[in-house]
Design a protein around this ligand. Structure first.
Ligand code: KQY
Length: 372
């Protein structure tokens, strides 16, 4: 039977010759999702909507942005975004397009397809952040349909923020996240690695032990590091040995320093200073509606702040402004890492209060190469 948009393909990207390209490869566009959930975004999500709009406007000159939005928020989002930003209605449970959107894969014939991961709110009934999550789980299929691409439905739980790739056969992830009991308790590390190879089209998986301290995703790799080019990784770093983040970043550095990628290369690792440490204020916490689920919020809570949580657009890198003491250093390092791209800082604190940052709320659509 010929697959339709609503029926996933029964093969895998690897079997069909598809790979996930590096984020630094050219893009055809970028997807985002409009925030509105009051138990995650303070003050009925007004400040978060302003922040998301600023991210969309910063990315749009580089990669055309589509903002998905619930029917109830359509008029509000439309009014707050430039006319060139496409706004489409898709229902969701929250706004983390990196995690609920599809991961796009491409092949040498110039074709693009979508991988639709199973989503369970970062831990399902074990330690998920909210329930239900069925609308989030349905987002990737809708995005694939609107992009007009065929889709693979992966047979395991994963979020886009749990992986990075170099586009040349290497994936990066964390054990803390992918081996967490709330995701795929029936799968061994070897089985998960095999599935990553099948669905990302990679040959090598580099396992980092843990992600960022107090990250409520249970250690997403995209908050800890970013792959800036094949063989080049930016890693969140602190020099403060008393900070719990020190041990986590040092462990990651040790793995990265000894790793070889799929091409047999050693990695160059650039340290990105961690901001802060940053904490939620009592007044910020007071503006968040009481959670009925796993997202307890309180003043004094440590925030999982990281400059590695940036978006690499075709012509621009968009990074979160988090701390006046370190924003300038981060910008300088990013400019060195991406000499041909404009580096654009956007206020990131409101996104951080929700549990992530710019990488977590964006999902690139890779450009397709001319057929070989
Ligand atoms: O990818 C992410 N960082 C998502 C975080 C979810 C937090 C929900 N409050």
């Amino acid at each position: 039977m010929t697959p339709t948009m609503t029926q996933p393909l029964s093969s895998t990207p690897r079997a069909d010759g598809f790979r996930m390209p590096g984020e630094f490869e050219p893009h055809a566009g970028c997807w985002m999702m409009w925030p509105e959930r009051p138990d995650n975004w303070r003050l009925d999500a007004g400040p978060a909507q302003e922040a998301f709009a600023a991210v969309a406007e910063a990315i749009h000159p580089s990669d055309p942005v589509t903002m998905a939005v619930s029917p109830a928020q359509f008029s509000n989002a439309r009014a707050r975004l430039s006319p060139g930003i496409r706004v489409v209605e898709i229902a969701s449970d929250d706004a983390w397009m990196r995690d609920i959107g599809p991961t796009f894969v491409i092949d040498a014939k110039g074709r693009r397809r979508a991988v639709d991961w199973r989503f369970n709110a970062w831990g399902g009934d074990f330690n998920g952040l909210y329930t239900p999550w069925d609308r989030d789980d349905a987002v990737a299929a809708r995005v694939a349909e609107l992009e007009g691409v065929e889709r693979y439905r992966a047979p395991f739980v994963l979020e886009g923020g749990a992986i990075h790739v170099d586009g040349e056969g290497t994936a990066f992830t964390t054990e803390e996240c992918l081996l967490s009991p709330g995701r795929n308790p029936g799968l061994s590390k070897a089985e998960i690695e095999y599935l990553l190879k099948d669905y990302l089209g990679v040959e090598t998986v580099i396992w980092i032990p843990r992600g960022v301290h107090e990250d409520e995703t249970t250690g997403h790799v995209d908050n800890l590091l970013h792959v800036c080019a094949p063989g080049l990784v930016a890693l969140t770093w602190t020099e403060d040995r008393d900070d719990p983040q020190y041990e986590r970043s040092a462990e990651a550095l040790a793995v990265l320093e000894t790793a070889r990628d799929a091409k047999g290369r050693r990695l160059e690792i650039v340290r990105l200073p961690a901001p802060g440490p940053l904490y939620m204020s009592a007044s910020e916490a007071a503006g968040i509606a009481a959670a009925t689920t796993g997202m307890a919020r309180g003043g004094g809570q440590r925030l999982a702040a990281s400059y590695a949580n940036f978006y690499i657009g075709t012509g621009r890198v968009v990074f979160p402004l988090l701390d006046p003491a370190t924003d300038g250093v981060a910008r300088h390092i990013l400019q060195d890492l991406f000499p041909t791209r404009e580096i654009v800082g956007v206020p990131g604190r409101e996104i951080l209060l929700g549990g992530g940052n710019i990488h977590c709320i964006t999902q690139q659509v890779p450009a397709t190469p001319a057929p070989a």
